[in-house]
Design a protein around this ligand. Sequence first.
Ligand code: UDX
Length: 450
Amino acid sequence: MSVIADKCPNIKVTVIDIDDKKISSWNDEDLRNLPIFEPGLKEVVERCRNENLFFSTDIKKSISEADMIFISVNTPTKNKGLGAGYASDLKWVESSARQVAEFSQGHTIIVEKSTVPVKTAELIQEILKSSRSSDEFKKTFSVLSSPEFLAEGTAIKDLENPDRVLIGGEDQDAMESLSNIYKNWIPKEKILNTNIWSSELSKLTANAFLAQRVSSINAISALCETTGAEISEVVKAIGSDKRIGSKFLSPSPGFGGSCFKKDILNLVYLCRYYGLNDVANYWEQVMLMNNWQKHRISSLIIQKLFGTVSNKKILILGFSFKPDTNDTRESPAIEISKDLIENGAELLINDPAVSKMQIEMELGLKEFENNNRNIGKWQFIADIDKSANNADAIVVVTEWEDYKNLNWRKLSDLLRKPSWIFDTRGIIPISMLKELSSYYWQIGSPSINN
Ligand code: UDX
């Protein structure tokens, strides 16, 4: 919404939320306190806030004044009830639609921005339809689907220069109104019109394909390690085939983030719902491979450290699910850390953007706490060099730029021997790893000096 405000000075954009705290942070004078850390966002908000971009909790007034409403609420995986563990919880979409039905005036275009299961637009339409009959003023609605394809960490760039904008719907006038907004900065060839169900399904499919690529390369990374093949060479060889393409082929400890897991589970649920069990099983395997990769890595760390990490000090570098974000949702660092703590390790966790509180929340364990003698503990560290002193291993979990530039030789020398460096993102050049005073393991690479 900030980018729309930035690109369309003639449009007044109001972001509303029921959460006062969130809205006050968006209105905070100190732009460092914005609730989301995203490169370039601060600057956009600074330019537009209180010009044509507003943040408010006045839901009634804002809805009644709006010509177009983007429903952009979260749709987490249900943790109980029908479809638990797979289906999306649409309660926020439903309550937003009810508020729109209640407070809107005249004709309103509703744009489904949240990622939703196919046929959600029908639910929104149903709710909106029921409001009209009981109202003396005529209200009319058009529902469109326009899923968002931005990735975290590059969100502003992705929004300013998207590969495509998808607009799904039936009402041509409404589709044109939305198109006209994007045409302010996006060439019209990149604006694709589809029917509403194709648009909803395209979002799930795009994320499923991307996640599948990560699981595919991660599966091959394990095979490289055992056969003596080098994953970087395999990636280069297959990536130069134009049909495959070179992007999204980096092996990793597993994909994280708020979307991939949720969307695949959703797809699996949809397939099962429509009786397509083989299709469901096919996509579910992408998820299973991702879980396997995380536990494979924690197991091999334990195994390399003589089969036990009890009371061993291990540095974890990176806790966000990818660099340039403070988002930790579904980060592979969570499962890997939990496994190691459960096996008695003392973790020293560093991340350039994630807070101590956030890590506490994800691990379900307070810093320094060891409420059960059989499990280890963790602490947050800011000084990597100091913490490496006498530690047993370093694990790179997130490929932050800062970690690429560390003095690996010095760090390795500080570790208690025999020590290990585990590079789960392949950020340290193999030539350097080979020269270190520690043993090393790098994803997708046969370990030579162990
Ligand atoms: C994703 C989609 O890319 C985006 O289009 C959609 O709108 C939301 O979901 P995001 O979750 O922000 O975006 O991150 P993305 O860059 O796609 O990475 C997801 C995860 O996959 C990260 O944990 C990342 O480390 C991992 N990944 C990505 C790999 O392991 N290897 C790769 O080659 C690429």
